[in-house]
Design a protein around this ligand. Structure first.
Ligand SMILES: Cc1cc2nc3c(=O)[nH]c(=O)nc-3n(C[C@H](O)[C@H](O)[C@H](O)COP(=O)(O)OP(=O)(O)OC[C@H]3O[C@@H](n4cnc5c(N)ncnc54)[C@H](O)[C@@H]3O)c2cc1C
Length: 300
């Protein structure tokens, strides 16, 4: 195996690169800072047939304790360009919080709905990042502001695609089916008075602080289980009396039952065992089957 990738590291612990602060080492690890570096690393891994995983903020994944056998590409390509006609072009490693900051100062609306959610543009595109609208009556999705995107396809072609390409649904996209890589995205925003945008950001942050465990204190990867329409996974877990249930260092958050938090020394095995326990108890008590929305990566 001869991967021709500059600054390749070996045996790199992944925990610090995830919001869970959990996970063993990757055999191979590289941080890419430009789209050229990103595509080069992907081509190299594909050429050598080495399994690889593209990592954003690591906010929707659980890395196993044994770690990942293959190459982790951590995407730090984060250039942002302000275009005409209220558009913003962002590389896929750009952080949504930074895009909120830049666009709000220009009086451009669209990103503010995703305040306080850890995500790169690439991660947001993969899962159709979403949050409640300001009146809390509907869900706002990132797809609503995506205009076009440049991708590297599974087959190795560079393509410019429109939003329809991604076949978005709730927490789903074509990127979960095909191994395409998002390189950059053009977002179409709308002018709005800055005070209104600031108001939405403040309200969303306050909503999260009130309802969800603080990430800095309780590392997590957000909601663990998929939404069950009209019922709510968190409510089922709460009704099963599982808030505060603990296995090892992992705990069902007493603040939000769909969050399993790392109390400081959790192993991935603790989280996985607790997930299984919650699924079994909810099934036993309510008959509902909870499905996980997070991705587990690495050797089990
Ligand atoms: C406290 C907390 C609150 C959260 N709240 C919400 C919420 O309200 N709404 C919500 O939707 N999510 C929420 N999440 C989940 C998480 O923030 C999102 O899923 C986010 O989009 C993940 O982005 P990421 O950059 O961390 O992706 P990662 O977790 O690093 O990766 C996720 C997936 O995206 C893929 N990917 C990353 N970059 C690319 C790319 N360039 N091209 C193709 N695939 C790519 C990865 O390979 C992986 O499969 C929350 C998480 C936390 C920790």
């Amino acid at each position: 195996m001869s991967l021709n990738i500059p600054n390749l590291e070996r045996n790199k612990f992944l925990a610090p690169f995830t919001t869970y602060k959990i996970g063993g080492p990757a055999d191979l690890f590289v941080e890419v800072h430009t789209i050229d570096e990103l595509t080069h690393a992907v081509f190299e891994a594909r050429r050598e047939k080495i399994p690889f995983f593209l990592l954003g903020c690591g906010a929707n994944i659980l890395v196993t304790d044994k770690g990942f056998r293959g190459l982790i590409i951590r995407n730090l390509a984060n250039k942002v360009t302000i275009l005409d006609d209220n558009k913003i072009l962002a590389e896929s490693g750009a952080i949504i919080t930074d895009l909120i900051e830049q666009s709000k100062n220009l009086g451009l609306s669209g990103f503010e709905h995703f305040a306080d959610i850890p995500s790169t543009v690439g991660g947001a595109m993969w899962q159709n990042l979403h949050f409640l609208s300001p009146d809390r009556k509907r869900t706002v999705f990132i797809e609503e502001i995506v205009q076009t995107s440049r991708i590297l396809t599974e087959e190795g072609q560079f393509l410019a695609v429109g939003v329809d390409y991604f076949q978005y649904g709730y927490d789903t996209s074509i990127l979960q089916v095909r191994k395409d890589i998002v390189l950059e995205v053009t977002f179409q925003l709308r002018p709005k008075p800055k005070e209104e945008i600031f108001g939405v950001i403040d309200a969303n942050i306050a909503w999260r602080r009130a309802k969800q465990p603080l990430l800095a204190e309780f590392p997590s990867c957000g909601s663990v289980f998929k939404k069950i329409e009209g019922i709510g996974a968190g409510r089922l877990i709460d009704q099963a009396g599982l808030k505060g249930k603990r296995i090892g260092g992992a705990e069902v958050s007493p603040k939000h039952a769909n969050f399993i938090v790392n109390m400081g020394n959790a192993k991935a095995a603790d989280v996985l065992e607790l997930i299984k326990y919650v699924q079994e108890e909810v099934k036993r008590k309510s008959g509902h089957a909870l499905e996980t929305e997070i991705t587990v990566i690495g050797e089990l």
